[in-house]
Design a binder for this molecule. Sequence first.
Ligand SMILES: [Cu+2]
Length: 208
Amino acid sequence: MKTLVLALLIPVAICAACSKKDEPVATSAPVTATPDASATGNPPVAANPPATAPAATPAPATSPPIGHVSLISAAGSAVKGELTVNNEGDAVYIRGEITGLTPGKEHGFHVHEFGKCDLPDFKSAGAHFNPTKAPHNEHLGDLPNATADENGRATINALAKGPNLVDKDGAPSAILGKALIVHALPDDYKTQPSGGSGERIACGVISK
Ligand SMILES: [Cu+2]
């Protein structure tokens, strides 16, 4: 009788074990960035800068970064970020993440002329990078506002007015050594000379 019970139990035990295998684990599906239809691989030429906000161009990186930026916080700010700078053809892309922003708000975001991020207020970074002496919104350092999500995080994928940030000899060094600045308020793309974007809340030098 014992043998019979055992003989019945063994297959039951095996079946119980096998039914547990490979339970599908709920994982979030990888987010696949769908390239914008306008992303043709040929970066837009900024010969005639638009009168509106510079467009964020979600193009994937096709080459290793030429520069990196670690944003540090101004006094009283918790804004930080890590970004890369890529030179692709004539274009310069700035990509990465900024955290600690005001949730749901836009923040002015520019390349400034001096790579000096001195606390407490980053005035040391000077004005917008503007070697052509253009009005604001056509500064070479003008970038789209950084838009924070509900957690105060912004994903940056910006096309700088790239052809002009690349040295005439083709070296991409024109943007190196400058500073990236995040402001407390949105850039209105109108107010001269800085877009009315208020205090500088984070700063980082674009370094190799
Ligand atoms: Cu600025």
